[in-house]
Ligand binder design. Structure first.
Ligand code: GLA
Length: 386
């Protein structure tokens, strides 16, 4: 049994006795590559030292009982895996993962008890949902004896989110949570997908400034952007039939077909295509240790999200603007889907809690609400509890 993790006490309180095993998966920052993943492009992220833990124990009867430390009522599912609503909607992540694993051969005779705990803030733009998916996947595979590779795990988790939860996300969040390593960035070529790690020169600190704002329509806005990108592909393919995804065209070729698209669709396409090119330049900058250039590209990426992809907000723009002029900060940008959420700053060691606090103070002075500030380092990906 695992000791000293935050989920064992939650499990014991809910079910009595110890769990059979426990798994942990980290959240992520999207370093650069905004909305490139589902367009078949490249993206760079980092797993962080904030996680979700899942503890599990098989049951002899068929019931599946799920608890989380933040919700008072357990979820009980008897019979087929069914989609949950209302306060129980968080259960769709582990249940969707279980369904995806059953498609891949997971077999079980009975049900289980499952508990969740986290030191990763929920809804702060650090992808707690992917962390819950990956930790659940590892726990289910170990408890019911299914062997899958890391990429199969990431893909099963993405499938759960696409098909069971109903969000058309790409592979970024699950891929980074699965493949992260301390002091390394995760580079994903989303078409394969292929995952690799990029060592960093060291001394990189990420600071998250979460606005804690969530646009009421966030999921539908994300889906709208997804549809707009696919509409751009249809328009481009009329001229270049080899283009199946936006990653198949470069900015020079895109220029020649811009007049075939409505203005907004063209701007979405331009953002994605140029962002993929920026990821390539950022990847070289990180590999050669040129953090100033990498930081400059982060700022450029934010500008493109703001003007072309239009998934930023006044609050996120303000944070980026203040951070850009703060000493010790290489660069800053919105991280993740956008439409609220968080800004991440990449900083050196000279930037500390006091500096972050003054950025926060300027933010609350302007908007009357505090930003949640979280200092994170690059950490290892999902695993069984040690
Ligand atoms: C969310 C999604 C990811 C990715 C980003 C935007 O985090 O879950 O798949 O599309 O938004 O880059």
């Amino acid at each position: 049994m695992s000791m000293g993790n935050p989920v064992d006490p939650v499990f014991e309180r809910a079910f009595g006795g110890a769990p059979a095993l426990c798994a942990r998966a980290p959240g992520r920052v999207e370093v650069i590559g905004n909305h490139t993943d589902y367009n078949g492009g490249t993206v760079i992220g980092a797993a962080i030292d904030r996680s979700v833990w899942v503890a599990i124990r098989a049951r002899a009867d068929a019931s599946m009982v799920l608890v989380t430390e933040t919700m008072p009522t357990p979820i009980t599912v008897k019979g087929p895996i069914a989609r949950q609503g209302g306060d129980a909607a968080w259960g769709n992540y582990p249940l969707g993962v279980l369904k995806a694993l059953e498609k891949r051969g997971l077999e079980r005779d009975g049900g289980f008890e499952l508990a969740v705990a986290a030191d990763l803030p929920l809804g702060a733009g650090l992808s707690s949902s992917a962390a819950l998916e990956l930790s659940s996947a590892i726990a289910f595979c170990e408890a019911f004896d299914l062997k899958l590779s890391r990429s199969e795990l990431a893909l099963a988790c993405r499938e759960a989110e696409n098909e069971f939860v109903g969000v058309p996300c790409g592979i970024l969040d699950q891929g980074v949570s699965a493949f992260g390593e301390a002091d390394k960035l995760v580079h994903i070529d989303c078409r394969g997908p292929t995952f690799s790690v990029v060592p960093t020169p060291g001394g990189i600190h990420f600071w998250i400034f979460s606005t804690r704002q969530k646009h009421a329509l966030i999921e539908s806005l994300y889906s709208t952007r997804h549809q707009e990108c696919m509409a751009a592909v249809v328009a481009v393919a009329e001229v270049f039939p080899d283009v199946k995804l936006l990653a198949d065209i470069d900015s020079a070729r895109l220029d020649t077909v811009m007049d075939r698209m409505p203005d907004a669709i063209g701007r979405r396409a331009r953002h994605v295509v140029e962002e993929i090119e920026r990821v390539g330049r950022a990847s070289s900058a990180f590999s050669s240790g040129d953090l100033n250039e990498a930081g400059r590209l982060l700022l450029e990426s934010h500008g493109s999200s703001r003007l072309l992809f239009e998934n930023s907000t006044e609050e996120l723009d303000y944070l980026v603007e203040v951070l850009a002029e703060t000493p010790g900060v290489y660069g800053a940008r919105l991280t993740g889907g956008g439409f609220g959420g968080a800004v991440m700053a990449m900083a050196d060691e000279s930037f500390g809690a006091e500096d972050a606090g003054s950025v926060g103070a300027r933010f609350s002075g302007r908007f009357g609400a505090p930003a949640e500030i979280i200092h994170v380092r690059m950490a290892d990906g999902a695993s069984l509890c040690k």
